[in-house]
Design a binder for this molecule. Structure first.
Ligand code: NAD
Length: 273
């Protein structure tokens, strides 16, 4: 169920499936409605970012729900132009004001801004040590960024959130993170809906009487990858969460793994901006 959790290396529990809210609008009430409907379906984890400009809308939903704070898992991220030590501490306060929370569950460095991300990481360590955030991590970090960060870090990131879907399954980064007990988390897990027609995925969907989205999200789970599919529609939110009543075989997992083409939808972490 949606309360099935992974345990991060500091002992904090994080749901395997959460709701991504990128591109959900705030002004129209879209993001608030989507978060409330996801919470109603059973989601407890919400992934936003200062860059999404919808933290206030997420916060409005969190203020309205009767679900106890300790059952929720809220992630936000420090954007590229907010990085640096003091800048990140300030960005965190802005995000917390918008979200209306007194602590955060997970704070991530959104992208590895060259020359800045180590200072940003020092700020995340400070926020963690001050008890303002339960877990800290990074996003869009490749092995070399992590190697570099770990040269000076006091705390190993608990999470690395990266683009991950059947066409980009990052075998070496997965192994690297597993060795260091860094929880991998998939963004654009559904490849934004662009890969549902694939033959293998269609065939497995028919085999299990599941949808292509469910096959892909189950594959994430069986790879021990946290996943945060985005949908504003309640029936799809429900569908995306309904992946805990079947299991892919080792052979089927390998067939899905073979779809890898190292194909990115988003920017390469060495070439963004
Ligand atoms: P996604 O892969 O989750 O795809 C979302 C799209 O797929 C939806 O807009 C909808 O069109 C479609 N969809 C969703 N469920 C479906 C279903 N059951 N059946 C058919 N179609 C369905 O894409 P995403 O939003 O880019 O990624 C998910 C989340 O990851 C984001 O919302 C955001 O929170 C996060 N993210 C993070 C970064 C980063 O740099 N850290 C970058 C991009 C996204």
């Amino acid at each position: 169920s949606l309360t099935t959790m992974t345990t991060l290396h500091n002992g904090v529990q994080m749901p395997w499936v959460g709701l991504g809210v990128y591109k959900m609008e705030e002004g129209s009430g879209e993001v608030k409605d989507a978060v409330l409907s996801a919470l109603d379906v059973g989601y407890r984890s919400i992934d936003t970012a200062s860059f999404y400009e919808n933290e206030e809308g997420v916060g409005a939903a969190l203020a309205e729900t009767s679900i106890p704070r300790e059952e929720l898992f809220v992630t936000t991220k420090v954007w590229n132009d907010e990085q640096g030590y003091q800048e990140t501490l300030d960005a965190f306060e802005r995000s917390m004001d918008k979200l209306g929370l007194d602590y955060l569950d997970l704070y991530l460095i959104h992208w590895p801004v060259p020359g800045k991300y180590k200072e940003s990481w020092r700020a995340l360590e400070k926020l963690y040590q001050d008890g303002k955030v339960k877990a800290i991590g990074v996003s869009n970090f490749m092995e070399h960024h992590l190697d570099d960060l770990l040269l000076e870090a006091n705390i190993t990131p608990m999470v690395n959130q990266v683009e991950f879907h059947p066409q980009l399954n990052l075998p070496t980064l997965r192994q690297y993170c597993q060795n260091k007990h860094i929880q991998l988390e998939a963004w654009s897990p559904l490849a934004r809906g662009n890969y549902f027609e694939d033959e293998t995925i269609q065939e497995l969907a028919a085999t299990y009487n599941k949808t292509p989205a469910q096959i892909i999200l189950r594959w994430d789970y069986q790879h021990h990858v946290v996943t945060i599919p985005k949908s504003t529609k309640k029936h799809r939110q429900q569908e995306n969460a309904d992946i805990f009543d079947f299991a892919l075989t080792t052979e089927e997992m390998a067939r899905l793994d073979n779809l890898n083409e190292n194909k990115r939808l988003g920017p390469h972490p060495d070439e963004f901006d």
